[in-house]
Design a binder for this molecule. Structure first.
Ligand code: FES
Length: 203
């Protein structure tokens, strides 16, 4: 009887060990998979070079970086002239929330070069993509006081032509300016903020 009990106990120990080994192997697979990101995942995280040579003043183009729309906007002198006149209707006119832009774009234009803005086109409320309404006033389709900017149709958030959020809308913060650096007069690299010598741009 004792010998039978011992045999049963040994079988249980062996079975438990095998199951334990299987569990370890299964648990290891996701770890290895996440440790080695796929080529697509690596590509999605890579910097994106944008040639904006065909962009005319007052136009914008959209590229994808890390699965997000990034806008490159060519702002006219008239568009830039509005930016220092509307601080009283903005939540963070001086870009004091550090998470929303690199230090080198903490200026009135929120850009390295005033005429070229680079910004992530995702509303900081719940992630919809706002639409551009560049004309001022009634011609914008928003209202007579509209200074030009972006309107999020999901819940009504408004952003100016530097991506700064208006007061009294659901979005809490300015649109995010991604790290970027200009490679030439008409090319910008989105996703890095140092040049080949490791220098950060100066705004
Ligand atoms: S997601 Fe833009 S206002 Fe809500």
């Amino acid at each position: 009887m004792t010998e039978k009990v011992n045999k049963t106990r040994r079988r249980l120990i062996i079975a438990t060990s095998v199951l334990g080994g299987t569990g370890l192997a299964l648990a290891s697979v996701p770890f290895i998979a996440s440790w080695r990101p796929s080529a697509r995942a690596r590509a999605l995280g890579s910097p994106v070079e944008v040639d904006f040579s065909k962009l005319k003043p007052g136009q914008m183009l959209t590229v994808e970086w890390r699965g997000q729309p990034v806008w490159v906007i060519s702002r006219t002198p008239e568009m830039l002239a509005t930016l220092d006149k509307i601080a009283d209707i903005l939540v963070d006119p001086n870009s004091n929330v550090e998470s929303q832009q690199p230090a080198y774009t903490k200026n009135l234009y929120r850009s390295i070069r005033p005429e070229i803005m680079v910004v992530i086109g995702i509303c900081t409320h719940l992630g919809c993509v706002p639409t551009e309404h560049f004309p001022v006033g009634e011609a914008s389709g928003i209202n007579a006081d509209w200074p030009g900017g972006y309107f999020c149709h999901c819940h009504g958030s408004k952003f100016d032509l530097a991506g700064r959020v208006f007061k009294n809308v659901p979005a809490p913060t300015n649109l995010v300016v991604p790290p970027h650096i200009f490679l030439s007069e008409t090319r910008v690299l989105v996703g890095v903020d140092t040049d080949l010598k490791g220098q950060a741009p100066t705004a």
